[in-house]
Design a protein around this ligand. Structure first.
Ligand SMILES: Cc1cc2nc3c(=O)[nH]c(=O)nc-3n(C[C@H](O)[C@H](O)[C@H](O)COP(=O)(O)O)c2cc1C
Length: 203
């Protein structure tokens, strides 16, 4: 499948085959591939919580408006992002200390902190823009391995943070169910996209 076919073949799959396992080994391969997504200063503020056990699925299902796919899919990932990943504590800066030296890296940290840490809106923008690109990469790469996905933002963030011990310094970006489409079900027809004319303005 080439990249264009891959783009068209990815769908948000509403029905997962509850009897098909998604092997951890494949999940790890795909996460490694998806980690090559771009991020500001290469800070990679995202992490994933893999929800696989029956109890954890039940907890997530109840915190995500009882979306049935969470119970049926073998796995749902909670995409979590660090709202303060521009700070020195992020190990992603270590490489810069080694290659660019202390003075230049401390300056970069200072400017990243000033820019991305200015206020709540800037912190959320930083966390969500980087993590959404990672999330899209994850869905496309799963599809490249014939695994279907479904992104979700319909959830009670407070309940998810409490239920999964997510820190107040972290943002819950979205959920992504992953597994195999249940072929006994009908996939809903693809919804129309906006035209290029609607999407694009040229100045
Ligand atoms: C950030 C985001 C949040 C979404 N949240 C939900 C959701 O909570 N529940 C749901 O059924 N679909 C959700 N969707 C799926 C969209 O409805 C779906 O992507 C859209 O209709 C286009 O369909 P396609 O992905 O099959 O092309 C979400 C998609 C995105 C990107």
């Amino acid at each position: 499948m080439n990249t264009i076919e891959l783009n068209y073949s990815r769908r948000s799959v509403n029905f997962f085959d509850a009897n098909r396992v998604l092997p951890d080994k494949l999940i790890k391969v795909v996460i490694n591939e998806a980690s090559y997504a771009p991020s500001a200063y290469n800070l990679q503020p995202f992490r994933l919580i893999q929800v696989s056990s029956k109890d954890a699925k039940e907890l997530l299902y109840n915190a995500a408006y009882k979306q049935q796919k969470i119970l049926e899919a073998p796995v749902t990932f909670i995409v979590v992002s660090n709202l303060y990943a521009f700070q020195r504590e992020n190990p992603a800066w270590d490489e810069s200390f080694e290659t660019n030296g202390e003075e230049s890296t401390l300056k970069a940290i200072q400017s990243a902190t000033k820019f991305y840490g200015k206020d709540d809106i800037s912190r959320v923008k930083f966390a969500e823009s980087n993590s959404s690109l990672f999330a899209m990469n994850l869905m496309i790469l799963f599809k490249a391995h014939n695994v279907d996905t479904h992104p979700m933002s319909g959830m009670d963030i407070k309940k998810i943070k409490e239920g999964f011990n997510i820190s107040k310094n972290e943002d819950v970006v979205m959920l992504i169910s992953a597994g195999y489409f249940d072929r006994k079900q009908a996939l809903y027809t693809r919804k129309k996209r906006k035209t290029t004319e609607m999407l694009l303005s040229k100045v």
